[in-house]
Design a protein around this ligand. Structure first.
Ligand code: HEC
Length: 161
């Protein structure tokens, strides 16, 4: 048992000596100890810590609620009637009059009032042939055509689809 203890002490001593002999590899920093620099470093750190510890500002998230009003302000009787008549046209020409490729229906929203009026009148009389639309405009009076044309011309033009 004693031998084992001697042996262990011997090994321990060996390890210590080996450690001490390694001192030559240790880097020696001969620069002067800069208290100023250290102080600056620490104050900077302290400030950083202060910032981190400061109570967080409450972030108020203001949700932007999109007001979904009517596309066209229905300020006149004509526009009101026109909007009602246009309901049947939405299936093909779209809510904004942007048109629908699948229906081969062109964009008409924001088009000139007088042009729309002429086209619908011509379609009704057969001067311009448009079979698909005939069922929708057959019973239109001249006033109806004027009303719906007025409404369509006021639609915000949003580009084709
Ligand atoms: C079934 C689908 C359909 C419906 C519903 C429809 N349209 Fe059309 N519309 C078309 C198509 C297709 C054309 C293109 C016709 C052509 O090529 O000449 C067209 C063309 C037009 C044009 C001519 C556009 C231009 O640039 O020359 C006007 C104006 C128009 N529609 C207005 C209306 C109005 C107003 C209504 C509702 C009362 C309506 N349409 C309902 C399919 C439709």
């Amino acid at each position: 048992m004693a031998r084992l203890v001697y042996f262990l002490v011997f090994i321990l001593g060996l390890v210590m000596i080996m450690n001490i002999t390694g001192y030559q590899d240790q880097k020696i920093d001969s620069t002067k100890f800069d208290f100023k620099k250290l102080a600056e470093k620490n104050t900077a750190k302290a400030e950083e810590i202060k910032k981190l510890m400061a109570p967080k500002k409450k972030v108020v998230v203001v949700k932007q609620v999109e007001v979904q009003g009517p596309l066209v302000e229905l300020t006149t009787d004509q526009l009101k009637k026109g909007a009602a008549l246009y309901q049947k046209c939405i299936a093909c020409h779209g809510k904004r009059g942007e048109g629908k490729r699948g229906q081969k229906a062109p964009a008409i929203g924001g088009q000139h009032n007088w042009y729309l009026n002429t086209q619908i009148t011509n379609m009704q009389s057969g001067t311009r042939v448009n079979k698909v639309m005939m069922t929708y405009i057959r019973k239109f009076s001249a006033e109806d055509i004027a009303d719906v044309s007025e409404y369509i011309s006021k639609l915000p033009y949003m580009g084709r689809k």
